[in-house]
Design a binder for this molecule. Structure first.
Ligand code: HH2
Length: 271
């Protein structure tokens, strides 16, 4: 899953792809590198980020989604109105970092259009989530949350096979919480749905490697390889080519390698 942030303030590439033509060219490049999903977002969720008005988010994402072809398109939003316009423009996956909690109509919308959906764990909200997050056992609590959200989505009519689950690296987590989640990410696969990993260039990788955002590619690839070996199957990344190579090597060393290691269960579909 390649990341396209059409924002002025994303933590790693804010401003770089804010103009639609730059974002479109970037998305096409990620697809050429082998991204099977392109995740388009118009609102930064980095710690401390301020919310964006619906109109601004729509102006950012819709022209980009309309111009992309050749991969599944995911819309990274918590807002029903943005998801609705994105789906009309061609998106088929809703990546909701609030796990269907922010907008009361989102679950029914995903169900009605039979969309794919990523449910992510976050403690608190982006503006405040990094101020002293606490857990008893972070992995058990994230797992229980995802289990509850999965059951909620299914109750609302979303087909279970449409759902991806994401522990939400960096969303209300300390360095130690992120590392513990990576260590034990295999425990989340017991929920029976593909696990998504979004560690790309995040600050905890910077804390371990001592690198600034631009230098975190190798640390990101290493974390993704370990997560892959422990059962994660979707990798939300800024650097698609590097990720593909790293996962191809990891896959080749598994006892039962997949022939198409990066193929996800659902298909490309435009509505
Ligand atoms: N992380 C970010 C945004 N959306 N979605 C999922 N499912 N999982 C994640 O880990 C995740 C996400 C934050 O990263 P990024 O988009 O690179 O930055 P920003 O939020 O500043 O635009």
């Amino acid at each position: 899953m390649g990341i396209v942030n059409v924002t002025p303030d994303s933590f790693s590439d804010g401003g770089t792809f804010e103009a639609a033509d730059a974002a479109i060219a970037h998305a096409r490049g990620l697809i050429a590198e082998g991204a099977q999903i392109v995740d388009v977002g118009g609102e930064s969720t980095r710690p401390g980020a301020e919310p964006v008005e619906v109109d601004a988010e729509l102006r950012r994402v819709v022209p980009v989604i309309e111009a992309i072809d050749g991969a599944r398109i995911s819309i990274d939003t918590m807002k029903l109105e943005v998801a609705r316009a994105a789906v009309a423009a061609g998106a088929t996956l809703v990546n909701d970092v609030s796990a269907l909690r922010h907008d009361p109509g989102m679950a029914a919308f995903v169900a009605e259009h039979d969309l794919d959906c990523c449910l992510m764990h976050m403690l608190g909200e982006p503006r405040t989530m990094q101020s002293d997050p606490r857990y008893g056992d972070v992995v058990s609590e994230v797992k229980a949350f995802l289990e509850e959200r999965l059951a909620f989505a299914v109750r609302e009519g979303v087909r279970e096979e449409r759902i991806l689950l994401d522990p939400g690296f960096g969303f209300g987590k300390t360095l130690e919480h992120n590392l513990e989640l990576l260590r034990r990410i295999g425990e989340l696969t017991a929920l029976g749905r593909p696990v998504v990993v979004g560690v790309s260039r995040k600050s905890f990788i910077g804390r371990i490697t001592g690198r600034d955002v631009a230098g975190r590619g190798v640390g990101t690839a290493a974390a993704n390889v370990l997560a892959y070996e422990r059962g994660a199957r979707v990798f939300r990344v800024h650097d698609v080519a590097v990720t593909r190579d790293a996962l191809a090597m990891a896959n080749a060393t598994l006892p039962h390698p997949c022939s198409h290691p990066t193929t996800t269960p659902t298909t490309t579909r435009r509505t």
